[in-house]
Design a protein around this ligand. Structure first.
Ligand SMILES: *Cc1c(COP(=O)(O)O)cnc(C)c1O
Length: 494
C-alpha cells in the first residue's frame, strides 16, 4: 500500500513516510492509493485489539506483524482505557439507537482512540525513514487533541511535542488538563486568537523554510499529530467496524443490515474515517454530519459552497468550533474523481478568497452519502437535559449536538434504520455547560462543578479528571499568533 497526495496524484510514499511527515510537501494531505475491501464478518467475537490489528495490516504494509501487534497492545491494553474497553456501544433508550462511547481513555475524549496509538506508529515510522532525527510534533488544538497528543507522546524517545491552543477557546477543565501536563519532552502555549488562527499558524510554521532549516541543523524535523496525519485517521476506522461487529454479536442487528452513523464534526476527521470504513465494505447507510452553530459544513453539504467568511462563534462544544475543516479535502479528492488539480484549485480559492464551490458531480456524490444538520446552543442544552431526563444517560455537549441531529434526520427523512450516535467526550470535561443544561447552578471552581454534577446525576467522575486537582500547573505562556514560530524555536532549544 502506497500513499498519494490530494494535491499531487503522482506522488507515492510508504505508510512510514506518510506518518513521519504528516503532510505532503506541496501542502496536500496523504491518502491511500486504494481502499482495500474487507468482510465485516471477520470482526465478530473479536477483541478490540484483534480488530485493530486486522485493519492496520491492510494499510501499513511496510510494518511487520510484530510492530503492529506491539503498537496496538501498548495503546489499548494495559489499563490505559477504563475496563480495557476502548469503544463500548450502549443502548441510547431511543428506538434502534446506540451510543458509541469513545471517551474511556486517559484524557476522556475520543482523540485518545488515535493518539494512544499514533506515537507508537510514529516511533516505528521514524526508525524506518529518519534514523537519529528527533521529531518535533507541532499541534494546534481546539481543546481535546492537545491533551490527548501530550499524553500520547509524553516521554516517547525521539520526539518533542509543542501544543498551541486558543486562550479563550477551550473549557477551563481542558486548559487545566494541558497546563498540568507531565513529561520532559512537552511544551504548551496559549495564543491570543481562535482555533483557526492556531491551525493556520501551525501550517505556516510547517511551510517555513527558515524554521525547518534551523531545526534540521540540530537534527530535528517537524511532524504533526493533528488529524491531517494519516496515522491519526487510520486508528479511527477501527471503531466503526468494531461497533458494527458488537451490535451483530449482541444480536441487535444482523450481518449486512445498514447502520447509520451520526458524528459530531469539526475538522472532519472522525466522520471521514467512517466514510473509509464504508468504502472498505462496512454496511453504513447514511453518514450524518452534525455541527454546532459554526455550521460551515452543514451549508457545504447542502449547497456545494464552502464559505468560511462568517462569524466565528465560541460554543459549549468547543472542539467543533472550526471554520476550516481540513479533512474535507480528502473527501473531495475521493469524490471528485481523485483529480489533484481540481482539489488544488479549490484549496487555492479557499486560501485566497475564503470560499470555493465544487462541481455538480462532486456535490451529487457528497449528497448521496452524507446528510447534515446543525444545532444552536439552546437546542444543545435542551438535548443534554432531555437525554438525561428520558433515558438516564449523561452526555457532553458535543454528543448532544449529534443526538439532536439524529432526531432531525429521522423527523425529516422518515429513515428509522438503526443508528449509532458517536459519543466523543466525557460530560466531566465540560461540567459547567452540562450543569447549566440540567438547570443547575454551576459553582465557580471546576472541581466543585464536577462534584456537583456527580452528586446531581449519580454518574461517576472519571479518574483522570479527579486526579487533575492534585497536579501542579507547569505551563502559563500566552503568545500572539505572529510569534508562534519564535515560541517553537525556543521550545525546541534552537
Ligand atoms: C475533536 C472533537 C470532535 C470533532 O472531531 P473531528 O474529527 O475534528 O471532526 C468532536 N467532539 C469532540 C469531543 C472532539 O474532541
Amino acid at each position: 500500500m502506497l500513499y498519494k497526495s490530494t494535491r499531487n496524484s503522482a506522488l507515492r510514499l510508504t505508510s512510514a513516510e506518510a506518518i513521519a511527515s504528516g503532510i505532503s510537501a506541496e501542502g496536500g494531505l496523504l491518502v491511500p492509493e486504494f481502499l482495500p475491501k474487507i468482510d465485516p464478518g471477520v470482526f465478530l467475537r473479536q477483541s478490540y485489539e484483534k480488530r485493530a490489528e486486522t485493519v492496520l495490516r491492510l494499510f501499513l504494509t511496510d510494518f511487520s506483524e510484530q510492530e503492529i501487534a506491539k503498537s496496538v497492545r501498548n495503546a489499548y491494553a494495559g489499563g490505559r482505557f477504563e475496563n480495557d474497553a476502548p469503544a463500548p456501544v450502549r443502548p441510547f433508550g431511543k428506538e434502534d439507537a446506540y451510543f458509541l462511547e469513545l471517551w474511556h481513555g486517559p484524557t476522556c475524549a475520543f482523540k485518545d482512540m488515535a493518539l494512544q496509538l499514533l506515537p507508537h506508529l510514529m516511533a516505528y515510522s521514524l526508525e524506518k525513514t529518519a534514523k537519529d532525527e528527533t521529531a518535533v510534533i507541532l499541534t494546534a488544538t481546539s481543546g481535546d487533541t492537545g491533551k490527548a497528543a501530550l499524553e500520547g507522546f509524553r516521554d516517547v524517545p525521539g520526539t518533542k511535542i509543542i501544543v498551541f491552543y486558543p486562550q479563550d477557546g477551550v473549557s477551563a477543565m481542558q486548559k487545566r488538563q494541558m497546563a498540568t501536563q507531565e513529561g520532559e519532552n512537552v511544551f504548551v502555549c496559549a495564543i491570543n486568537g481562535n482555533f483557526d488562527d492556531a491551525q493556520t499558524g501551525v501550517k505556516r510554521i510547517f511551510a517555513d523554510e527558515e524554521v525547518r532549516e534551523a531545526l534540521s541543523k540540530k537534527g530535528m524535523r517537524f511532524s504533526s499529530a493533528n488529524s491531517i496525519n494519516w496515522g491519526r485517521l487510520l486508528p479511527q476506522i477501527v471503531y466503526y467496524f468494531s461497533a458494527y461487529a458488537d451490535l451483530v454479536d449482541a444480536e441487535k442487528i444482523s450481518l449486512g443490515t445498514p447502520l447509520n452513523f451520526v458524528v459530531p464534526t469539526g475538522n472532519f476527521g472522525n466522520i471521514l474515517a467512517c466514510y473509509y470504513a464504508k468504502r472498505m465494505g462496512l454496511p453504513v447507510g447514511r453518514l450524518i454530519c452534525a455541527s454546532n452553530r459554526n455550521n460551515v459544513l452543514t451549508d457545504f453539504i447542502r449547497t456545494g459552497v464552502y464559505d468560511r467568511r462568517r462569524t466565528f462563534y465560541t460554543t459549549s462544544s468547543p472542539s467543533m468550533d472550526i471554520l476550516v475543516s481540513s479533512n474535507l479535502e480528502r473527501l473531495l479528492y475521493h469524490l471528485g474523481g481523485e483529480d489533484s488539480g481540481k482539489v488544488s484549485g479549490w484549496m487555492r480559492d479557499l486560501t485566497e478568497t475564503g470560499t470555493y464551490t465544487v462541481d455538480a458531480n462532486t456535490l451529487a456524490a457528497v449528497q448521496s452519502l452524507f446528510w447534515a444538520d446543525f444545532c444552536g446552543e439552546e437546542e444543545t442544552a435542551e438535548t443534554v437535559r432531555s437525554v438525561f431526563r428520558d433515558f438516564g444517560i449523561l452526555i457532553d455537549p458535543h454528543t448532544a449536538v449529534a443526538a439532536h441531529a439524529l432526531e432531525s434526520y429521522r423527523a425529516e427523512t422518515g429513515d428509522r434504520s438503526p443508528a449509532v450516535v458517536v459519543s466523543t467526550a466525557s460530560p466531566y470535561k465540560f461540567p459547567g455547560s452540562v450543569l447549566e443544561a440540567l438547570g443547575q447552578q454551576a459553582p465557580e471552581d471546576d472541581f466543585e462543578k464536577a462534584a456537583r454534577l456527580c452528586e446531581y446525576t449519580g454518574q461517576p467522575i472519571p479518574k483522570p479528571i479527579l486526579s487533575l486537582s492534585e497536579k501542579v500547573i507547569r505551563f502559563t505562556k500566552v503568545c500572539a499568533p505572529k510569534d508562534m514560530a519564535a515560541v517553537v524555536l525556543d521550545a525546541a532549544g534552537v
